[in-house]
Design a protein around this ligand. Structure first.
Ligand SMILES: [Zn+2]
Length: 480
């Protein structure tokens, strides 16, 4: 299983163009700001600074040498922001599934590769991830909702006239994790790894297993015993990963996998891996492009391990630096009240880091000691962010509203809408503000949580029996 650089298989070493691309990438400690190259002789990969803190990827944000030219001979070099927008517009204009479309045209991650990880085509893999829907659900968005009154009920519930839901559950394996994983697995292959591993509450394991299979790598998944949703287990096994259940919670599995990867030279693909965080930035770039580069007032997301909070904050800061947007959205990170270490730190002005025993129905954010705490703290401060907590009953009530609108999501995702409702009522988010919330996962995760009980009646196959049953269930009403 050893995959250290020195004993890579023949032919696995990066080709010259890939090596050149990787040499431009640096890893920077979020605490002491020490720098490390990606290609360090004698080691597979580095996930932490020598001081113990997590690392951040730094790349030169450069426009590609050959820019699109279809709109004539405008001097785009004098307006770099316009050149970036045109580049992304031309790539997105191609039909994602069309035969012959290149990876950068099909993928909602690699479309932005110059802002994520600028690699040549031959180095990268893809399942056309991303390209997820931005649903307009505000109570005052009739034009955008296109006669979908079900959607507007979510805006009414949240108390907002302009609310968008970016549904990351529409990714290939059913969660936002695919965005970071496609970048992480691409890196694993370039680093010559033969095996990849993660600890997971379900979404990450399914994503890792899928992309590892695509890349021809063995996947090893550590799960907290008895705490992972059945559908996610099925996906993980079907894609061919080896699964090890750990007697303990997610945080225990996370500690273990880091030791295992160090010891056995396996490439670690938890969100401790800074390239996963880079891929997740694509959520922000894609939603900004869908909003025609008009930043919303708020970006609201569920907060567990804090990789997503870190990634979106970093992406917004970069988008402003490049002139793609003129101002930053404020971030609102929503935790479950039973898994709220980041909220506890926020409430104290981040004077210290907390760890808790996590208890919540929202399995995807059931995390007591978040890995990306330091990264996330910085972006909350830079983006004038807030951290809020919501109870499990509040999460399940919001989930029912999202489900009944015909969209649906996993419980953790519903923490966003529950959090918005609470922040609007507290006067922190103004009812007139434009808000985007991220739904992180598909309804089929935790499919036994917060779902109405099925009617178990069975009937004889005749019309009279149907009439009798419908009368008993209550009259059919038309939607309001
Ligand atoms: Zn350091």
């Amino acid at each position: 299983m050893d995959a250290r650089i020195d004993d890579r298989q023949e032919g696995m070493l990066p080709a010259a163009s890939i090596r050149q691309a990787l040499e431009q990438v640096r890893l920077r400690c979020v605490a002491c700001r020490a720098f490390y190259p990606v290609l360090e002789p004698g080691r597979t990969a580095r996930y932490r600074c020598n001081c113990g803190e997590v690392l951040d990827v730094e790349i030169p944000l450069r426009l590609p040498a050959s820019l699109p030219t279809s709109s004539g001979s405008a001097p785009l070099d004098r307006d770099p922001a316009a050149a970036w927008r045109q580049l992304f517009a031309e790539r997105a204009a191609l039909v994602p599934g069309a035969p012959g479309a290149s990876i950068v045209q099909r993928s909602g991650v690699w479309r932005y590769r110059e802002l994520i990880l600028p690699l040549p085509d031959e180095a990268i893999i893809s399942r056309a991830e991303g390209n997820t829907t931005l649903y307009a659900v505000g109570s005052d968005q009739q034009q955008e909702t296109q006669a979908s009154p079900g959607l507007r009920r979510i805006g009414d519930y949240a108390g907002l006239a302009q609310l968008y839901l970016k549904h990351e559950g529409e990714n290939p394996t059913g969660s936002f994790k695919d965005r970071g994983m496609v970048v992480g697995v691409t890196m694993a292959r370039l680093m010559g790894a033969r095996a990849v591993a993660c600890a997971s509450t379900g979404n990450t394991s399914a994503s890792l297993a899928s992309y590892a299979a695509l890349a021809g790598l063995q996947a090893l998944v550590f799960l907290p015993a008895g705490q992972v949703a059945g559908g996610k287990l099925a996906q993980t096994l079907a894609y061919g990963a080896r699964m090890i259940q750990v007697n303990g919670d997610f945080d225990a599995a996370m500690l273990l996998v880091e030791q295992v990867c160090d010891e056995l030279g396996i490439y670690l693909l938890n969100s401790l891996n800074p390239f996963r965080v880079e891929g997740q930035k694509a959520i922000a770039f894609e939603l900004l492009q869908q909003l025609n580069w008009q930043a919303p007032d708020w970006l609201v997301l569920p907060a567990g391990n804090l990789g997503n909070t870190s990634a979106l904050g970093k992406a917004f800061l970069q988008a402003r630096m490049l002139g793609l947007i003129s101002r930053l959205p404020r971030l609102a990170a929503i935790q479950a009240a039973g898994a709220n270490p980041f909220y506890l730190s926020y409430r104290e002005g981040f004077v210290r880091r907390h760890a808790v025993q996590a208890h919540t129905v929202a399995s995807a954010i059931k995390i007591g000691n978040p890995v990306s705490y330091s990264r996330a703290r910085l972006v909350i401060q830079e983006c004038s962010g807030v951290v809020e907590e919501v109870s499990d009953p509040e999460i399940l009530e919001a989930k029912a509203v999202i489900d009944r609108a015909g969209i649906g999501c996993e419980p953790a995702s519903a923490a966003t809408v529950a959090g918005i409702r609470k922040l609007v009522r507290a006067g922190i988010i103004k009812p007139s503000e434009r808000v985007v919330a991220i739904l992180t996962g598909n309804l089929l995760k935790d499919h036994q949580t917060g779902i109405p009980r099925a009617e178990t009646v069975s009937i004889d196959p005749d019309l009279a029996s149907v009439r009798r049953t419908l009368d008993a269930l209550g009259p059919l009403t038309s939607p309001s």
